[in-house]
Design a protein around this ligand. Sequence first.
Ligand code: ADP
Length: 445
Amino acid sequence: MDKKYSVLFILRSFIIFLAPFLVLGLLTGAFWLCLALGLIVLMAWHYHHQLKLIRWLWQSRTLLPPSAPGSWSYIFDGIYRTQRRSQKRRRDLARLLRRFREASEAIPDAAIVFKSDGSLLWCNKLAQFYFGLKWPGDSGIRLSNLVRDPDFVRYIQQAEFGDDITIESPVRDDLELEIRVMPYSEDQYLLIARDVTQLKQLEQMRKDFVANVSHELKTPLTVIQGYLEMLEDPANVPAPMLQKAVADMGAQSQRMRNLVDQLLALSRMESPAQDLFELTINVPHLLSNIETEMQQLNQDKQHELTFSVAPISMHGRESEIRSAMINLVANAIDYTAPGGKIQVTWRPVGDQMEFSVKDNGPGIANEHQHRLTERFYRVDDDRNSAKGGTGLGLAIVKQALDHHHCHLHIDSVYGRGSHFYFRVPGELVVQQPGSARQRMRHSNV
Ligand code: ADP
């Protein structure tokens, strides 16, 4: 309170106000009448300002107080100051609340604030998306009535929030949410939900991968172990049997070696691709090397193997593109019956380049085609394990092509043959001056 405004000040103002009435009373001899008159005027003056105060507080839209003399100026100024202070506090609070909401919208998780009785107080947009909540529409409604998942309802009702739970989103298919709840303020809780769908899928893939590798290694190891047991007493093993045992063990160890090589190739390809445009692959030279290598592979089956190669290079990682091409040509050689016809082509299509391998082998039934690039996927286990296949070849091709923004197309008719091809985007094709695109190199094996 202002120092000036003391009891003494009130008394002094009171006397100053009444003084003229008292003097008039003494002069006229009507002292009491004049005193009463003075008091009535004083009361009317106070009522007048009381009315002003009420009108200002309840009817006026302005925050500025009306002018008033004496003690009333103190009252009006005091109220005005208090109002200003609370208005500033309200503004600060609103700013804080806005910042909190902006921050909670910025976090990549869904956030819900609820009371200890389970009723919803507030939620961010992601929570509305994950749980199908509406805010402020649903505020005050119990969470267990809004999200009906039995595990979630139990979790909220038991209010033991030591562990996380994982539930499926009630409104989005295939979305798994990991939920954590922590005390927020006196009787409020903060619920954070995270999308763990991909994590779970990765975990499943990792488990499948380990199971597949173990399975693939188990078969050759069992065969080798069986022969080794038999060879514990070599004197009793007839010579032809011994020969077969050595040949089988050789084939099985080759199979394991293939598997390990392919796993290593896959893991090498998982490292992030460097800038493709800095590297150039001389594709005609690469294909001429591949052709020599494939001639070796073709010796048993004696297919008619044709290479048509346009003299055009591309940007990319040679080891990966080589792997992709070799896998496609080797598959055609392996899966086609002896004396088949296989055409390998590298040719321009518009501003793109196309690599294609066409064979007249057994073809692949429709239902298998979309799964061929999955790791360890094989059409026919017996046929392929005899061939030594691991089911990783086309997964390697896909990975290599993904790094080069290419897509593997499979065009196959069961019983008639297969056509595997991919197109290199124009940006990765090395444009040559005076383009020699038309002059293709043809060779037959
Ligand atoms: P694998 O190591 O078994 O050859 P891949 O991933 O290379 O594994 O191939 C997956 C499956 O696709 C093979 O098991 C095979 O059944 C089928 N396949 C691939 N290429 C051909 C082809 N040219 N003709 C027929 N079937 C093929």
